[in-house]
Design a binder for this molecule. Structure first.
Ligand SMILES: *Cc1c(COP(=O)(O)O)cnc(C)c1O
Length: 246
């Protein structure tokens, strides 16, 4: 047995399929209820299961329970899992991490949506790969809605400027905005999400393809849905706690 086989076997033993299936069902139900409560259609909200640090066998368990959209935040981890799961033909991969330009080749082609572009250079690296493979890549701009110095993302008042630059990049299609707000609850959380929705609405006047809003994680996806999220990124509420990266 190679080391890699041993790793996969161990991963497999550790995955609690039943817990994943139950977690997924519970999240789906809450998405449905949150959508209906705000007069939206549940099918207008896409659940992206954030599988970072989880073994491929956990992704397979969620896939078997009907989940199709999965998100990763490290380019190499995404590339490895895509290879391990190449037999799942209709799986859709999302890249939700910060992109180092030299890793664009691990992300494109093969990724449905890149969520966190906050520099023109990242868009250019992605667009170049897309053009080389004869296609395009859909991207969202990450917005720093809390104005936090430590966080990635373009500030709210520079969204338009970055959007114009990214729209001009060959091979890139600007599809909308994404955010990771500061820790907040209830009304405060909703205000951050509302500010992203308003920015998306303004952007859409000049960029009609920018209709997506990626916001909401395990702790706040219901508030995000109430404010118009079209994609929610949920990890621990489906897969359980993440183990530290080894
Ligand atoms: C890890 C991660 C998530 C999921 O976080 P949970 O709290 O586990 O749901 C969502 N979005 C991004 C960008 C992440 O890195």
């Amino acid at each position: 047995m190679s080391t890699q086989d041993q790793d996969s076997a161990r991963d497999d033993d550790q995955v609690d399929r039943k817990a994943i299936v139950n977690g997924l069902a519970a999240v789906r139900e809450r998405i449905r209820a949150a959508a209906l409560a705000s007069g939206r259609k549940p099918e207008d909200v896409t659940l992206v299961a954030i599988s970072k640090t989880q073994p491929s066998s956990a992704i397979r368990a969620a896939y078997e329970a009907g989940q199709r959209d999965f998100g990763e935040n490290y380019a190499q981890e995404l590339a490895r899992k895509r290879t391990e799961l190449v037999d799942l033909p209709d799986i859709r991969w999302h890249f939700v991490g910060a992109l180092q330009t030299n890793k664009a080749k691990s992300v494109v082609p093969g990724t449905s949506l890149v969520h966190a572009v906050d520099r023109v250079a990242a868009a250019e690296a992605l667009g170049k790969r897309a053009v080389a493979s004869g296609g395009t890549v859909d991207v969202l701009l990450e917005v720093n809605v809390g104005g936090e110095e430590s966080k990635a993302g373009v500030s709210l008042h520079r969204v338009q400027e970055l959007a114009e630059a990214v729209s001009r990049v060959d091979g890139c299609v600007l599809r909308g905005l994404m955010c990771i707000p500061p820790p907040a609850e209830g009304d405060e959380a909703r205000r951050y999400f509302a500010s992203l929705r308003e920015a998306r609405d303004r952007l859409r006047e000049t960029c009609p393809t920018a209709d997506l809003l990626s916001m909401g994680m395990s702790g706040d996806y219901e508030e995000a849905i109430a404010e118009g999220a079209t994609l929610v990124r949920v990890g621990t509420a489906i897969f359980g706690a993440r183990k530290p990266r080894s």
